[in-house]
Design a protein around this ligand. Structure first.
Ligand SMILES: Nc1ncnc2c1ncn2[C@@H]1O[C@H](COP(=O)(O)OP(=O)(O)OP(=O)(O)O)[C@@H](O)[C@H]1O
Ligand SMILES: [Mg+2]
Length: 356
């Protein structure tokens, strides 16, 4: 039995629903999310819910192996296929037959292997290294990555056609800081688990003050980091100590100058001291080093809205134009605006093709 997918947040409930829907479809799934959010837990849940659960769940980490080794691990090899291949060996595609092949860290797969993978996924056939024979494969491919693959496609480090093959069902797991409702149930689950594993340890559960701090924390390492804290607590039995050891810059500060649940008299002097994404957006339009009461003196919400929407429009237009090699009629079609409007906007936002 794998780890159950714990969580009560809307996003986790939605993911659970999706898992139930797709478990028996065998449609390729791409799971995305930051490190430690639970991509592997979701992959295991898909497998456990499916009719394939009586067969193998085979995982391969595409980031951990050099290209040639990854290739032989995936497809296997014949005796004598390369120096050192003293006997024939089956690859993951074979061991996963009728089961699940979990391609972890797919964003790190070398380009050359991406073409081969695409071919196998399209044809349902593969051939081991050193063999001319094609073998049929029946695997359910679930892939995961913490890269933004759209960006990798743009940078030409990931094949667009392979992306579409893998991304038939997309499951994006939000970071823990965006689903704080899950924190208490995760603590409860792991606390019980470790207590039953190590009954001699006497770590206590967090009281309401500590719990509030834990909920407020940003968890850059997501569930894995929270899990490690609980493990540590079982041994140290000091939440204060554990909390102190968490990297400071991720302790959330609320706009009322509260830090870790306590009022902090010295905060905030200026808004630039809020380490949140919100301020990074605002800082594009106002100078955050100005004192709070004068911050919006020279600008209205309406003006900010206009500036922000112009900026987004400019970014999108430039992005699409670059993608289509500056073919303006194609770009206009993609953006669903007239050719004339596009020219007007390009002029307004000063978007020009690069000088050759
Ligand atoms: N929703 C959850 N319920 C229970 N345990 C979870 C959940 N999400 C993550 N975990 C636990 O947190 C740890 C990290 O999860 P997992 O390995 O699935 O993350 P990941 O997204 O694959 O991370 P990485 O990108 O670093 O490989 C695991 O020990 C896992 O059991
Ligand atoms: Mg993982």
């Amino acid at each position: 039995m794998g780890t159950p997918l714990i969580g009560v947040s809307k996003s986790i409930l939605k993911i659970k629903e999706l898992i139930n829907h797709v478990a028996n479809t065998c449609l390729n799934v791409l799971i995305t999310g930051e490190t430690g959010v639970g991509k592997e837990v979701v992959a295991q849940s898909l497998y456990a819910e499916s009719a394939r659960s009586s067969k193998n769940f085979v995982k391969i980490n595409c980031a951990a192996l050099p290209e040639t080794l990854l290739e032989s691990e995936l497809y296997g090899y014949e005796k004598g296929a390369f120096t050192g291949a003293h006997r024939k060996r089956p690859g993951k595609f074979q061991t996963a037959d009728k089961g699940v092949l979990f391609l972890d860290e797919i964003g790190d797969m070398p380009m050359a292997l991406q073409s081969k993978m695409l071919h196998v996924l399209q044809s349902g056939e593969f051939s081991p290294l050193g063999s001319d024979q094609e073998f049929k494969t029946d695997v359910w491919v679930i892939a995961a990555t913490n890269h933004n693959l759209e960006e990798s496609i743009y940078k030409k480090t990931f094949r667009e056609d392979l992306f579409y093959r893998l991304n038939i069902i997309k499951i994006d797991i939000p970071p823990l800081r965006e689903r704080k409702e899950d924190i208490p149930s995760l603590i409860e689950y792991y606390f019980r688990l470790y207590k039953s594993e190590y009954p001699e340890n006497n770590g206590s559960k967090p009281d309401s003050d500590i719990l509030a701090k834990l909920i407020n924390y940003q968890w850059p390492g997501n569930v894995r980091q929270l899990q490690n804290c609980i493990k540590k607590q079982m041994i140290l039995n000091s939440w204060e100590k554990i909390f102190e050891e968490l990297p400071r810059e991720h302790h959330e500060v609320s706009p009322h100058g509260q830090i870790n649940g306590k009022i902090n008299e010295t905060l905030p002097l200026t808004m630039s001291e809020f380490p949140t994404d919100r301020t990074s957006i605002i800082s594009e339009f106002v100078d955050l080093s100005t004192s709070s009461d004068k911050l919006f003196e020279d600008i209205s919400l309406k003006k900010i809205k206009k500036l922000a929407s112009d900026r987004v429009e400019k970014e999108v237009i430039t992005f699409v134009l670059e993608k289509v090699g500056w073919n303006r009629s194609r770009a206009a079609k993609i953006l669903k605006i007239s050719y004339k409007t596009l020219l007007y906007k390009m002029n307004e936002f000063e978007v020009f093709p690069p000088v050759k």
